[in-house]
Design a protein around this ligand. Structure first.
Ligand code: CUA
Length: 315
């Protein structure tokens, strides 16, 4: 598909599924999932078989069937499943070493604030979670407004992001690639449009990525980009958006210092290209109903083109 014309982001990432695992925790959870499915099916067919036999023979009710099948059997089965779930939970939650890579993700309606914290440097990005392969990750999950849930099904189980609380999720990605994540807790009108990408790279690439996050934004080059920067500074964008070295401080909306380098727009929903970016600025309320950003449909055509070109050039 042509990246300049496609609006779907689904063909840029691996399928969003718990059955194609690419993480230690997802693989451990998958064993439990398969055991539950197989056990459930086995019990279903045994019970249906008993019903069929009873039907054929016209059996009379017998209290031992009630006690055995109605009390003892569920007790044994449910106990086994509780033991299995507890073992899996402990395995998934344990093994987080002190030197794990710490990434703080804060859920907002309807996007993700991502802070990488090597040596307390607080390097900020948004809506794209870049992580090193094979290294234990410590995700510190918070919320700025309502309850969200952070979930990359191929890599790990989900965990709620609750206002006023910091939840910790352990994760180790074992394959490089792009994986789709999704908010898994209803959080408002655009909850289904609150996705993101987890980009798993080599540790070397991760270090290079952190260095890029530490840099100031690229300067505008063309006259149009320079005009676009002025539009950005004057149209009210800086009240919510941070661009390092240009307009620092605002944390209401996603950091835009390298917005053009992201593969998608609007938290994993649309491909990043000039057309989608301009459409987003002019009519965000159509692309993401209920978002806190207003549609900038009062910008003139040239101003809209200029600010889009400026932001698209930020990588
Ligand atoms: Cu955030 Cu659903």
């Amino acid at each position: 598909m042509n990246p300049e014309t496609s609006t779907s982001t689904l063909d840029m990432v691996r399928p969003q599924t718990t059955f194609a695992t690419a993480g230690v925790q997802a693989a451990e959870t998958q064993i439990l999932t398969l055991a539950l499915i197989a056990g459930g099916m086995l019990i279903f067919f045994v019970v249906m078989g008993c019903v069929w036999i009873a039907w054929r023979r016209g059996a009379v009710p017998n209290k031992w069937w009630i006690i055995g099948g109605g009390v003892l059997f569920p007790l044994v089965v449910l106990t086994l499943f509780v033991i299995g779930s507890t073992i899996t939970l402990r395995a998934v939650a344990s093994g987080l070493p002190d030197d794990a890579v710490t990434i703080r993700v804060t859920g907002h309606q309807f996007w993700w604030d991502v802070v990488h914290d090597p040596e307390g440097r607080a390097l900020r990005d948004a809506n794209e979670v870049v992580v090193p392969v094979g290294m234990p990750l410590r995700f510190e999950l918070e919320s700025a407004d309502v309850i969200h849930s952070f979930w990359v099904p191929s890599v790990s189980g989900k965990m709620d992001m609750i206002p006023g609380t910091r939840n910790v999720l352990a994760m180790t990605a074992i394959e490089e690639g792009r994986f789709r994540g999704q908010c898994a807790e209803f959080c408002g009108l655009s909850h289904p449009l609150m996705a993101f990408e987890m980009v798993v790279v080599s540790p070397l690439e991760y270090a290079a990525y952190l260095d890029r996050l530490d840099e100031e934004a690229r300067d505008p080059v063309t006259p149009e980009e320079r005009q676009g920067q002025q539009v950005f500074l004057n149209a009210g964008c800086i009240a919510c958006h941070n661009i390092r070295g240009v307009a620092d401080g605002a944390e209401v909306g996603p950091d835009l210092t390298r917005v053009g380098a992201r593969a998608s727009l609007g938290a994993g929903m649309w491909r990043m290209n000039l057309g989608n970016l301009a459409g987003w600025i002019a009519d965000v309320q159509d692309m993401k109903p209920g978002a806190n950003m207003p549609s900038y449909n009062t910008l003139s055509g040239p101003d809209l083109r200029a600010v889009s070109a400026y932001l698209y050039g930020l990588r």
